[in-house]
Design a protein around this ligand. Structure first.
Ligand code: DHK
Length: 145
């Protein structure tokens, strides 16, 4: 049975493609999902790719990933900067976690410079657009092996 990687996306990422494209790019989340699924498949992993605008649903999915997954890629979007609850849910996951942001959060507003997720992530990739998810998949595949 193939190992499985959860790819969880937080609030407003459902609007990718139309939302501030000069910051987040023109790819839709569905286009990114197809690329990530294909790439993870080529690395031998099943992909569970999801998006929610709800903090509680994201926490439930992080807990599910901790139980059923072998690794986790997360773009918690704005919750990265605000949610200790999401940080704590990730802290309880014993599988490797990689944090991804499409934009370079350090080149943006100061309130985006701190991420609670980073404290509990094995690594952080930001500023490389959708490619960040593919690089995270490569890193995770090494960490899981
Ligand atoms: C996405 C968001 O929605 C923002 O709230 C974060 C992140 C950055 C991203 O770049 O993917 O600050």
């Amino acid at each position: 049975m193939p190992k499985s990687v959860y790819v969880l996306n937080g609030p407003n990422l459902n609007l990718l493609g139309q939302r501030e494209p000069e910051i987040y790019g023109r790819d839709t989340l569905d286009e990114i999902r197809l690329r990530v699924e294909k790439h993870l498949k080529s690395l031998g992993f099943n992909c569970e790719f999801r998006q929610t605008n709800s903090e509680s649903e994201l926490i439930d999915w992080i807990q599910e990933a901790g139980q059923n997954g072998d690794g986790l890629i997360i773009n918690a979007a704005a919750y990265s900067h605000t949610s200790i609850a999401i940080r704590d849910a990730l802290g309880a996951v014993s599988k490797p976690v990689i944090e991804v942001h499409l934009s370079n959060i350090f080149a943006r507003e100061e309130y985006r410079h701190h991420s609670f997720v980073s404290e509990v992530a094995a690594g952080v990739i930001c500023g490389l657009g959708p490619q960040g998810y593919l690089l995270a998949a490569d890193a995770l595949s090494e960490l899981i092996a």
